[in-house]
Design a protein around this ligand. Structure first.
Ligand SMILES: [Zn+2]
Length: 95
């Protein structure tokens, strides 16, 4: 096991719980008191800060991809028409 060791911090939240709350925290859905505990844990636990950071980046990338209007009209990968036909033909032969 190679979990961040936060027992020594004696927080109400463990790193595992922090990970579970991260989404709610970033969405601003945590009640203020839980948010305070969350932030206190982050202030004392660098591994969780790093995790939150990479989590944020992942979300930002996801939102970018979804919000990008070019993504909708972007050229699709060429459909391998001949390949599809070949597969269908092969199937017909088998059937
Ligand atoms: Zn932690």
């Amino acid at each position: 096991m190679n979990e961040p060791r936060c027992e020594e911090h004696r927080h109400d939240l463990t790193c595992r719980e922090i990970c579970e709350f991260m989404m709610a925290f970033l969405d601003g859905e945590l009640p203020p008191e839980e948010r305070a505990v969350f932030e206190e844990h982050l202030s004392l636990c660098p591994p969780c800060v790093q995790y939150l950071d990479s989590y944020k980046k992942t979300i930002a990338l996801g939102k970018q991809a979804m919000a990008d209007p070019c993504g909708i009209d972007a050229p699709r990968p060429p459909v391998p028409d001949d390949l599809v036909k070949a597969i269908l033909a092969a199937r017909k032969k088998q059937a």
